[in-house]
Design a protein around this ligand. Structure first.
Ligand code: FES
Ligand code: FES
Length: 205
C-alpha cells in the first residue's frame, strides 16, 4: 500500500520546496544569517570588581571592590580598618558611624563608591599624630562611658560631630542628637557626661 497521501500531486517535501539542493544550502544560509546578526552580548556582571580610591584618615586606599559594597564593608573587609562596627547593617544602631567630610554617616547604608573624593574619618584616625587621644576618647575613658565597648567607636564619632554641629548645648540636646546611637549596655548617663566634658575641651572652654 502506498503510504503517501494524494494532495493534488504535492507531497510534503514538494510543498515546502525543499529539494536535495535546497537542503544542502540551508546550513550555509543559516550560518550566513548568524554572521549578520551576532548574538547579543551578555549583560555585565554586577559583581565584577571596580577600582575605587578612598581617602581614609588622610591616606589613599586603592581597592578593587564589587560596586555594591557598603562603605562599612569596604573599611572593615578591604581596608583592614575594623574600628567601625557592624551592629544591625540596617541603619538602626549607629555602631558603624564614621565621618565623611566632617558629617556623620551610617557607613552600612552608604555605598563605598559614593565616598570617592571625600575625606573619610574613622575611629582609627581620631587620635593625634603622636597617639594623643582626642578629647572625646579621653572623656569616654574618664566617665567610664562604655561596658562591652561594641557601640563605642560609633558613639565617639557621632559625639564628635554632635559637638561640631552645635548640638551639645544641653544634656537634653545631647540625648536628642545622640539618639541614633544605641547602647545595649545602657551606658547612656555616662555617655552624656562624657560628651559634656569633651565639648568644653573641644571648644576650649
Ligand atoms: S550597623 Fe549601621 S546602623 Fe547599625
Ligand atoms: S557599651 Fe556595650 S553596647 Fe554600648
Amino acid at each position: 500500500m502506498n503510504s503517501k497521501r494524494d494532495h493534488g500531486g504535492l507531497d510534503r517535501r514538494g510543498f515546502l520546496g525543499v529539494g536535495a539542493g535546497t537542503a544542502a544550502t540551508l546550513p550555509l544560509l543559516s550560518s550566513l544569517a548568524g554572521a549578520a546578526t551576532p548574538p547579543p552580548a551578555p549583560p555585565p556582571d554586577p559583581r565584577a570588581a571596580t577600582n575605587v580610591t578612598l581617602r581614609i584618615n588622610g591616606q589613599d586606599h586603592r581597592l578593587a571592590i564589587d560596586p555594591r559594597t557598603s562603605l562599612l564593608d569596604a573599611l572593615r573587609d578591604h581596608a583592614g580598618l575594623t574600628g567601625a562596627k557592624k551592629g544591625c547593617d540596617h541603619g538602626q544602631c549607629g555602631a558603624c558611624t564614621v565621618l565623611v567630610d566632617g558629617t556623620r554617616v551610617l557607613s552600612c547604608l552608604t555605598f563605598a563608591v559614593m565616598a570617592q573624593g571625600r575625606e573619610i574619618t574613622t575611629i582609627e584616625g581620631l587620635a593625634g599624630p603622636g597617639g594623643a587621644l582626642h578629647p572625646m576618647q579621653q572623656a569616654f575613658i574618664d566617665h567610664d562611658a562604655f561596658q562591652c565597648g561594641y557601640c563605642t567607636p560609633g558613639q565617639i564619632m557621632s559625639a564628635v560631630a554632635c559637638v561640631q554641629e552645635g548640638h551639645a548645648q544641653s544634656d537634653a540636646d545631647i540625648r536628642e542628637y545622640m539618639s541614633g546611637n544605641l547602647c545595649r549596655c545602657a551606658a547612656y548617663p555616662n555617655i552624656v557626661a562624657a560628651v559634656r566634658q569633651a565639648k568644653s575641651e573641644m571648644e576650649g572652654a
